[in-house]
Write a protein that binds this ligand. Sequence first.
Ligand code: GLU
Length: 307
Amino acid sequence: MPVKGRFAPSPSGRMHLGNLFSFLLAWLSARSRGGSMVLRIEDLDLVRCQPAYAWQLMEDLEWLGLDWDEGGDSAASWQSNRGNLYASSFDRLTARGLTYPCFCSRIQRLNEAPHIHEVSPSCPCALLTAEEAAEKAKEKVPSYRVRVPHKVITFTDWLQGNYTQDLWTDCGDFPIKRSDGAWAYQLAVVVDDAAMGVTQVVRGRDLLSSTPRQLWLYEALGLTAPEFYHVPLLLAPDGRRLAKRDADLDMGVLRQRYTPQELTGILAKMAGQRETAAPVTAQELAGDFNWSKVPREDIPVEPALLA
Ligand code: GLU
């Protein structure tokens, strides 16, 4: 089966070294197997995401020599334009009795970081009758959750190995639509990866714990799940993970300091593909890319890089 990978950035800031590290691995994984790449802009949260960041990101990827075959500047690959697809999947789940309106305000908070470690206990709204829910809906626009079954999901991540989660106790009914109408990451990512024919997902390890939820959604929607590779995060010397707000290692700074080949060399060493950080192109790395050399654990960034 032909390999298809993807870049799925949220344009909420300039890319940093950590984003770039996962994007390089996603690109190498697909290209080294003769596969294609799609670039999908994950701009579901219209408050935090800005088109200018998406354009900048495309330019930054091109600068580094990371190309794609589909998506990018085509409007159809921006999640903000794909609401109809999410709505029809939502309707299919609803027709099977798998969604319910939630009137709790906590959900607002949970959604502030839609895919990062949200652990939501099952919600009392799960027990409302249709009449009670209709009554409440007169006062407040609900958000929606999916009802998870008592089910233990185990899957094999191609880098991290076996991972198990009990949907009921470790996760609970999770949000799929916000009360302001925004679709949740968990639903959109599954619908899109399936619709775009993505066969492998390479992304940060922080999303490992979201994967069982996504696998369950694939199953509930009758879709085929891709392979997953959850790659290490890059850590600042004080142990915190690099984030977009830490502008010290964002692409603006990196592009002033390094050539594309120098930066790729630094990333290649961190990714276990080269002994030294000597300059190299992404294309050259694809020639002998080897997943078994990629570390599993998070990687501290050498202090010299931050100096
Ligand atoms: N858009 C997400 C992010 O930028 C990544 C989602 C994914 O790779 O599944 O963190």
